[in-house]
Design a protein around this ligand. Sequence first.
Ligand code: MN
Length: 210
Amino acid sequence: MSLPVRGRSERLPVHRIYCVGRNYDEHVKEMGGVAGRDPPFFFTKPADALVTDGRFPYPPSSHDVHHEIELVVALGPDLKPFAYGVGLDMTRRDLQAEAKKLARPWDTAKGFDHSAPISPLVLAEDTGHLQAGAITLDVNGVRRQTGDLSQMIWSVSETIAALAGLFELKPGDLIFTGTPAGVAAVKTGDVLLGHIDGLGDLDVTVVPSA
Ligand code: MN
């Protein structure tokens, strides 16, 4: 798996996908949690869950699939942020709720096929390091999610440090850095437009099951 890089002919090979849970206070609250600086926690998606053609097939075995717009960080050879993208951490919320209730893993809720739509990457040398700026998601032209990168509970560098204590990080690892408030269900035919200041847009259409 590899991702296109804006303004470059080379693609960036992808190693793994790590995701941060609950990294914006307002989203923590909407999920029924208590805002604060609990240590970050992580889950993963398979690298081949990335979607680059803008078509998200509604997954089977769920009736409550949510959008989570997120800043994605790609690690470079020095294991620091090398490029950024606009990503969607698509989530089978009904299966996640059941997993939480039964203290089961989240793989079927988070790591399903096509669960990680992403924009072309932008190199950090072109965009600068992103620590503030609007992050939004519109569905069918209506604003659903709004936040600012500065509202992250755990910064990108803190997240990388925490991950490095758990995994052997490699160049090409992607980190989905958490979502601001406003997550909600999608349906077939919806048009999702994600935006992060300095990065551009991610356009995704929800299409019938693959
Ligand atoms: Mn997420």
